[in-house]
Design a protein around this ligand. Structure first.
Ligand code: SF4
Ligand code: SF4
Length: 357
């Protein structure tokens, strides 16, 4: 046996360069400028003089094997054999010859897909899909995305918004999916209901206790068995205890709702990051078309489209007109959920350099 340590086997994302269009690979990091000839199409020009056209395509989001094969066949026949998925689950085809752009768009549209999502459009809603791979979803996020994008299809196809609109969704209340110009997130409205018979068989009680952000969970003996109890006055109904302990059931058809937040934006060359704020809470989680959530998002987009100046993102627009005016123009009620009780802020307040207890 060798005394030399075995070198680690690295696995992870494969090298992306092998899948890139050759013109992209050749001009990597050496693009001179890009422009936007029409909605859904980008043209990049390199210092080498090479050009490449990108056509962006929206899909139904959950892609079955037949759809993937169809999309790949379009790439093989019309787009030099390459296909690329964006972080928002759009598909992008690239061609190095302008003459191929229109036949490619025709093939995409003939197959039932839509071209758009570039520049000042509402691009595809980014989201996760808990029920396919995760243990804590409270709703079907892909269904919310599909129903919403069906109604916003013209805003995807055209460039009618003051600036880009990034919408996000999440299928639980605590993890992925949060930050966007508009975010549609799950909102639990009642503390978890504990199935005491199962806790001792299924849950690591210390890790469940440690998981609670407001220290609302305590170990307890119930009917002679080790279990847990929740101080419901402290509980902020976040759902964080449910993943390590499924018997702390928090999802249900009546009390699991949706909430809508707006104004989240990453920092860029001109501005600091902004955090999203809650604007609508307690919205029914109402499959299969989520009409209540759709109506609110459409109302916010309409007010933004009518009221914002060119190039203002949603957070810039709200910053200029102020929150009271935002609630007026969107006709959204101001409810008790908008008032921050600071119950979740124990750690952040203690960590501040300005406030000490
Ligand atoms: S949002 Fe929540 S449920 Fe959905 S995938 Fe992320 S962690 Fe899982
Ligand atoms: S739902 Fe959240 S706040 Fe309530 S007990 Fe569970 S972890 Fe704690």
């Amino acid at each position: 046996m060798s005394d030399k340590p075995r070198s680690p086997i690295e696995s992870g994302c494969p090298d992306a360069f092998q899948y890139m269009h050759p013109v992209m690979r050749k001009n990597y990091g050496a693009w001179k400028y890009h422009e936007h000839p029409k909605p859904g199409v980008l043209r990049h020009v390199g210092y080498s003089g090479d050009e490449i056209w990108t056509v962006r395509v929206g899909t139904q989001r959950i892609l079955d094997i037949f759809t993937l094969r169809e999309l790949c066949d379009i790439g093989d026949e019309f787009a030099d054999g390459y296909i690329h998925f964006t972080i928002r689950s759009n598909v992008e085809y690239m061609v190095a010859d302008e003459a191929k752009v229109e036949p490619l768009i025709k093939a995409i549209e003939d197959a039932g897909y839509i071209v758009g999502g570039t520049k000042n459009s509402v691009t595809m809603i980014s989201h996760t899909q808990g029920w396919l791979h995760c243990d804590i979803p409270g709703t079907d996020a892909s269904g919310v995305v599909k129903s919403m994008m069906d109604e916003l299809i013209d805003e995807f196809r055209e460039n009618n918004m003051p600036n880009r609109v990034h919408i996000t969704t999440s299928c639980c209340q605590i993890n992925c999916g949060g930050q966007g110009d508009i975010a549609i997130n799950v909102q639990h409205t009642k503390p978890p209901k504990i199935n005491h018979d199962l806790v001792s068989n299924v849950c690591e009680r210390p890790s469940v206790v440690a998981r609670c952000p407001v220290a609302a969970i305590r170990p307890a003996m119930v009917n002679g068995k080790p279990s847990l109890e929740v101080d419901e006055k402290k509980c902020i109904c976040c759902g964080a205890c449910y993943p390590p302990c499924p018997p702390m059931q928090i999802n249900d058809a009546e009390h699991t709702k949706l909430a809508i937040w707006v104004g989240g934006n990453h920092s860029n060359a001109r501005g600091k990051p902004t955090f999203q704020k809650l604007v609508a809470a307690g919205i029914p989680n109402n499959p299969p078309r989520w009409p209540e959530a759709n109506a609110i998002v459409k109302g916010i987009l309409k007010a933004y489209k009518e009221g914002a100046k060119d190039w203002e993102r949603i957070n810039d627009w709200i910053e200029r007109i102020g929150w009271p005016r935002f609630f007026e123009v969107t006709n959204l009620p101001f409810t008790k959920y908008h008032v921050d009780t600071w119950r979740g802020a124990r750690n952040s307040l203690n960590a501040s350099t300005h406030i000490r207890f």
